[in-house]
Design a protein around this ligand. Structure first.
Ligand code: NAI
Ligand code: SOE
Length: 381
């Protein structure tokens, strides 16, 4: 693959993430002109209206109803999966078996059994495969990783993470695929907790065992235009304690029932030499404390990201100009397209997606059994 060749992408699903991914493809050349161009060839959705509107709004050459045909097309190199979770496996496996590169939204699958099969299929395929854990591509989080790898925190003792939202509190919030185990696999845990688990694995390391607690606060949701509410069979919140393979201990909370918290994804990591803290709602700041500072000047400092932090030179020329949701997606697309052009895997490949799924499965099963459970190891990848 030469950098001036073009990669044709087929986007499946024109909702919230379909828009973000398309925007990232469209601006990629202005940040990374050296990368192969991604041609927005075709978008598919459930209906002609949705697909046509998606093609028009997101700048695709063509539209299609249904995904089976477009996934097999010769002129498609990348299949981008931005659909509800129950469609991730069938679309990804068909695409991988047709030699396509696959970007799949998180969580990878409905459950660990599915994720293992998808990871095996990916391992046997020629394509580059990636699960979209975009929040780890936030420059402040990339900087946190750099400081941890440089040893500035020393030996890690604690990892604490929260991912809190409040959109599900009103009981009249309509039923959607996010409330159905058949379409989403789990609730708050898979939908937002998966991002916090990705942070745990990325910043601290493997998780050996967990104990979980889940709760559904509102048991049914109205369906617009229907007199009968629909059952909710997923968690509205999931809380867990984590044992890391390196001896660190962790706590993790994900909830859609936390008034005032809109997209409150945070972590705090404490080590033998210092600590770090991050809050997505202040995504351009990283809090750092060094226990090695002189007593009289010890304090938590706020690092404002920009140059010289990761991607600082590429994004905006001065610190504090800020990066947000779109920039994390652009940085994620950079790592995906660059891996394709260099013919190598990415960090958040399907095996990694499967590791996150194994942790979620252990938390859900542990909550059901009310006991600590080991996390199943993932081989390969
Ligand atoms: P959405 O509900 O806004 O959009 C889903 C789209 O898929 C809709 O346009 C729907 O019509 C389409 N679709 C449904 N069935 C289809 C089929 N059989 N064929 C073709 N299209 C079909 O959902 P949203 O929020 O965009 O979520 C999509 C995925 O992205 C989920 O896996 C979710 O977990 C993930 N997500 C990830 C985020 C992140 O920050 N990484 C943010 C939001 C969602
Ligand atoms: C849920 O509301 C949601 O859209 C998640 O699906 C995303 O993964 C997260 O980025 C934002 O919140």
């Amino acid at each position: 693959m030469t950098n001036n060749s073009e990669l044709g992408v087929a986007l499946i699903g024109t909702g919230f993430m379909g828009r973000l991914h398309s925007l990232a493809y469209s601006v990629l050349p202005s940040f990374f002109p050296e990368l192969p161009r991604v041609r927005r060839r075709v978008v598919a959705d459930l209906s002609e209206d949705l697909a046509k509107r998606g093609a028009h709004r997101f700048g695709y050459d063509e539209w299609a109803v249904g995904w089976e045909e477009v996934v097999r097309r010769e002129d498609i190199d990348i299949v981008d999966i931005a659909t509800p979770n129950h469609l991730h496996r069938p679309i990804a496996e068909l695409a991988l078996r047709h030699g396509k590169h696959v970007l799949c939204e998180k969580p990878l699958a409905l459950n660990a059994a599915e994720a293992r099969e998808m990871s095996k299929c990916a391992h046997e395929s020629k394509g580059v495969h990636m699960v979209s854990f975009n929040y780890r591509k936030c420059p402040a989080v990339l900087e946190a990783k750099r400081l941890i790898d440089e040893g500035l925190l020393g030996k890690i003792f604690h990892f604490r993470a929260l991912y809190l939202q409040d959109w599900a509190i009103p009981e009249q919030t309509p039923f959607s695929w996010r409330f159905s185990a058949e379409e989403s696999g789990s609730g708050a845990l898979g939908d937002i907790g998966s991002h916090a688990i990705d942070y745990a694995l990325y910043l601290v390391g493997g998780i050996s065992s967990v104990v979980g607690l889940t709760k559904t606060f509102v048991g049914s949701r109205p369906i617009p235009g229907s007199p009968d509410p629909h059952l909710v069979n997923v968690d509205d919140c999931a809380v867990a304690m984590l044992q890391f393979e390196n001896g660190a201990v962790g706590t993790l909370e994900s909830s859609r029932f936390s008034y005032g918290r809109k997209n409150y994804l945070t972590f705090e990591i404490s080590g033998s030499k210092g600590s770090l803290a991050f809050n997505w709602e202040r995504s351009n700041e990283l809090l750092f404390y060094s226990g090695l500072d002189r007593d009289d000047i010890q304090g938590i400092r706020t690092i404002i990201t920009g140059p010289p932090h990761p991607f600082g030179e590429v994004l905006w020329p001065i610190p504090g100009l800020g990066t947000a949701f779109i920039e994390t997606q652009v940085i994620q697309m950079e790592s995906f397209v660059r891996a394709i052009s260099e013919g190598r895997p990415v960090e958040t490949n399907f095996a990694h997606g499967c590791r996150v799924q194994e942790v979620m499965e252990a938390i859900l099963t542990s909550a059901h059994l009310n006991q600590w459970l080991p996390v199943q190891p993932v081989h390969g990848g």
